[in-house]
Each structure stands twice: as structure tokens, then as C-alpha cells.
Design a protein around this ligand. Structure first.
Ligand code: LMR
Length: 393
């Protein structure tokens, strides 16, 4: 049967990681996949995570199954981190998932079970896995305009105008913070407008928040999702511990359903568990067990928050350094937006041919839509990148 298959289309992010590894050049810079790196190019294990791992190694007594929903104390801790204090907190249910991609898929499958005619509206551009996951679940996908490639800011008028078409059979997928790929975030007043539109038009908001803590802070980055949880009846949330706990390979995330009341939320959770059983049965435990320890032991929580702040400060420093280096070379403010963007990424607004030149001539790897991972830079290669960007501009 396999001779009927045509070659698979490669994932633009993961395939770039392979190409980078295979590049024999000494001078090369990986600004592709969204992982945080320190100034030595390493993705460190956070101290709080390391301490929790040691505790686990010393005290965990069994590797028996945990359960379809994963660890309930983890689910509680992650729900607290996102939604505590909101109206939706008392009418939500959470399932641990294999990363946020697992959460996206479980929530997409849930939507399909609940309402197969659902259309999911995705920002243009969006995280490369949004469309494939939604379509794999059988859902229709439409795009709303998001990014103004000239100003490198959110084109909020076009976004809201298009979303005014969304109705009761629609789900609007929003990035909670640190928009992937662009780095351009919507502002509080825009969240307010979207909330009002959801209430008036009846669409269901879906917040994917994979970078909480990498924008303006843990609490600040939850502004939009909390506003929605306070106001709308139904809300879907996918969240990730890959970035803010540095647990990438441990595949640790969660799917949260906010519903009319606790009973309907629990029903939705039950349906997710049935879907999970037919997919991967239950999520891996190790990452969630670590997060549970970090979030439930105040001394570990404090260490973790400080480390996250330090990572953020490094990214901000890199943003400032890169935009200053570019200004020094081109003599104007055309790269100032790099300082304004949030999180790990910025879309530079360059053409594919320019991105190819960066790779071929300079060994600088960026995603084809000109997304660069600022967190992949070292201070020592800011000038090299700035020279290369000017050369291909
Ligand atoms: C990214 O956007 O680079 C990350 O979220 C990794 C991934 O899963 O694609």
C-alpha cells in the first residue's frame, strides 16, 4: 500500500532544524525553531526544574499509569496560573496533554464532535501547526488578516472587520501573547473589542497561549485570556510548558474548556478523555510532575519566576541590541519594530529569496516567512546578523 504514497510535505520549522544541524559551516546561526538559548547557544535546564527533577528522582515511588487526564494536581496548578480569580475559573475543566499541540488537537477533535460544521478562524500568518491540526480534525479553516508587513504591527482594523463575519458556528483562534510568528501582539483595548464581538456575534474564542511569561510577565500575558474567561460563556484554551518551563521534549501542556457551568465543562472534559484514549491514551508524566512541584512549592515557584524574568531580560536586551546595530548600519528607524515585538519571535517582512540568501551566503537560518527567533541569538553574533540583514535588504 505504501507505494501509493507521494512524499510528505516537510514541516517548515522542524525541517529547518535538521538542515541547520547538517550544515558543516563553522559560522552559522540557528534562528529557526522557537527554543530559548542562553548566550552560549545552550538551551539550559532551568534551576527550578532541575531541583524538582532531583526531588522526583528521590521520592517518586512508582511509574504506574496516572490516568487519562494526566496529573490532576498539575491540571489544577496550570489552571490557577492562567485563570484564578476569573469568573470562568469556577466553570472550567482541564486535561493534561502532550504539549500544546496535543491540546490543540484534542480541542479540535472536541469541536468536531460537538459541532462538525465548525469553522476555525486563524490569524494570517499563524503558528504553522494551527491549520494542519484543525484540518486533520475535519474542521474548516478561514483566515483573518493580522499583520501589516509594512508597519510590522497588528492590522487591527482589518482583523476586526473580517472577524465581524464570524458567527455561532465559528471559533476564533487567538494567540494569548507573544504572537507566533510575528511578535506583534494585540493590545488590551483590542481584547476588549474581541470580547464584545464574541458576546454580540456568538462565536467561540479559542486562546492558544504557548509563551506565557515571555511578553510583559506571567500575569500581564494572561490579560486577554482572563478577560474572555470573565465575560464569555464558552472558551477554549491550549497552553504549553515547553517554553516557560523549558520542558520542550517532555511534551507538557494542557487543554482547558470554560463552559456555561461546571457540569457542562466536565462533560466536555469527559469527551476529551474518550478522544485521548483513542489517540494516545494518556500524556507523558515527567514534565507535568516537574511543573506540579515548581508551582506548588513557593520556594521553587520563586526561583522559576526569577529565571523566567532573567530569560526575558536577555531577550529584551537582544531586541534592543539588534535594533541598535541595524540603526547604526542603515541610519534610520526601519528596524525599530524589533524592540516593540513581544516574545521570542519577530517577522522581518522579508521575501523568501532574501531568507534563502541569509541561509546560503551567511549560514543564518530563519523560517521562510522571515520569522527569526530572537532568543536564538548570542550577543556575539548580533553584528554578524545585522551585517547580513543589511546585505540582503
Ligand atoms: C515554534 O513555533 O518554533 C515552536 O512552537 C516549535 C513547534 O512546535 O513548531
Amino acid at each position: 500500500m505504501f507505494d501509493l504514497l507521494t512524499p510528505a510535505q516537510q514541516d517548515p520549522i522542524l525541517s529547518l532544524t535538521v538542515a541547520f544541524r547538517e550544515d558543516p559551516r563553522e559560522q552559522k546561526v540557528d534562528l529557526g525553531i522557537g527554543v530559548y538559548r542562553d548566550n552560549n547557544g545552550q538551551t539550559p535546564i532551568m534551576q527550578a526544574v532541575r531541583k524538582a527533577q532531583i526531588q522526583l528522582a528521590e521520592t517518586q515511588e512508582s511509574k504506574s499509569y496516572v490516568g487519562l487526564a494526566g496529573s490532576e494536581p498539575f491540571n489544577q496548578a496550570i489552571t490557577d496560573l492562567l485563570l484564578k480569580g476569573t469568573d470562568g475559573y469556577s466553570r472550567c475543566a482541564t486535561v493534561q496533554t502532550p504539549g500544546a499541540s496535543g491540546a490543540l488537537r484534542m480541542l479540535a477533535d472536541l469541536m468536531y464532535v460537538a459541532k462538525p460544521q465548525t469553522t476555525v478562524w486563524i490569524s494570517d500568518p499563524s503558528y504553522v501547526n494551527h491549520k494542519p491540526v484543525m484540518e486533520a480534525a475535519g474542521l474548516k479553516v478561514r483566515f483573518y488578516p493580522y499583520f501589516d508587513r509594512q508597519t510590522k504591527t497588528v492590522n487591527i482594523d482589518a482583523m476586526l472587520k473580517t472577524l465581524s463575519e464570524a458567527g455561532q458556528d465559528d471559533v476564533v483562534l487567538l494567540h494569548g501573547c507573544c504572537h507566533n510568528p510575528t511578535g506583534a501582539d494585540i493590545r488590551p483595548e483590542h481584547w476588549q473589542a474581541i470580547t464584545e464581538m464574541a458576546l454580540k456575534q456568538g462565536f467561540t474564542p479559542f486562546v492558544d497561549i504557548a509563551y506565557q511569561g515571555f511578553g510583559d510577565g506571567i500575569e500581564e500575558d494572561a490579560y486577554g485570556v482572563r478577560l474572555l474567561a470573565d465575560n464569555v460563556e464558552e472558551l477554549l484554551i491550549s497552553t504549553s510548558c515547553s517554553k516557560n518551563f523549558g520542558l520542550y521534549r517532555e511534551r507538557t501542556g494542557a487543554a482547558i474548556v470554560v463552559s456555561k457551568n461546571l457540569e457542562t465543562a466536565q462533560n466536555a472534559k469527559g469527551r476529551i478523555l474518550t478522544l485521548a484514549r483513542a489517540t494516545y491514551t494518556m500524556p507523558p508524566d515527567h514534565g507535568a510532575a516537574i511543573v506540579e512541584k515548581v508551582l506548588t512549592q513557593p520556594e521553587l515557584t520563586q526561583i522559576w519566576r526569577q529565571e523566567l524574568d532573567d530569560m526575558n531580560a536577555r531577550i529584551l536586551g537582544l531586541r534592543e541590541g539588534l535594533s541598535a546595530a541595524l540603526k547604526a548600519r542603515c541610519g534610520d528607524d526601519r528596524f525599530e519594530f524589533i524592540k516593540e515585538h513581544k516574545g521570542m519571535f519577530s517577522v522581518l517582512g522579508m521575501e523568501t529569496a532574501q531568507i534563502n540568501r541569509l541561509r546560503d551566503e551567511f549560514g543564518i537560518y530563519a523560517i521562510g516567512d522571515s520569522r527569526i527567533n530572537i532568543a536564538g541569538l548570542a550577543e556575539s553574533n548580533i553584528d554578524y546578523l545585522a551585517d547580513a540583514l543589511i546585505a540582503v535588504s
